[in-house]
Design a protein around this ligand. Structure first.
Ligand code: FEO
Length: 175
């Protein structure tokens, strides 16, 4: 495997691993603040990020590279409020999108078209995740801290897990 591509994929493995821990920290915060629907949504999102990491690990190893499992830094424990949780989530996803785009660039520079093809799944996934984070954040801005609104929001997020599970590409659940 091309060493530059391998290094970029390993960097992405680390980022997806951190994403999973970051959303796990958010889920735990939500659970401790009585937001059980939001907590379930974020636990499920954390699982998805772990799946993103595993898919990369398997790809690197299957192509003759060596996947590196690195230490993951401590994510934040406290969040100002729910809006702040999803602001951080969106900003994090934007950073991940930049990183995926960078990976695409490297694949093209190194003429690694197989990896380029593999990474397209992540390009689509990032589009979906950014759109979802923006929708959630827009809802929270509308609610503007209203208690009744937050109660409904929390219930709605539970429904979103089911909708997403049904619309996620089949291979994302199978591997
Ligand atoms: Fe796997 Fe949400 O980035």
């Amino acid at each position: 495997m091309n060493t530059r591509v391998e290094a970029a994929l390993n960097d992405q493995i680390h980022k997806e691993g951190y994403s999973s821990q970051f959303y796990l920290a958010m889920a735990s915060w939500a659970e401790n603040h009585g937001l059980s629907g939001t907590a379930q949504f974020l636990y499920s999102h954390s699982d998805e990020e772990r799946f993103h990491m595993l898919k990369l690990i398997k790809f690197v190893n299957e192509r003759g590279g060596k996947a590196m499992i690195q230490a993951i830094e401590q994510p934040p424990i406290e969040f100002k409020d729910l809006e702040n949780v999803f602001e951080q989530l969106l900003n994090h996803e934007l950073m991940v999108t930049d990183s995926i785009n960078n990976l695409v660039d490297i694949c093209l520079q190194e003429k690694d078209y197989t990896t380029h093809n593999f990474v397209q799944w992540y390009v689509s996934e990032q589009l979906e995740e950014e759109a979802l984070a923006r929708t959630i954040l827009d809802k929270l801005k509308l609610i503007d801290g209203d208690k009744g609104g937050l109660y409904m929001f929390d219930r709605d997020l539970l429904k979103m897990i089911t909708t997403r599970a049904n619309s996620t590409p089949a291979d994302s659940k199978a591997q």
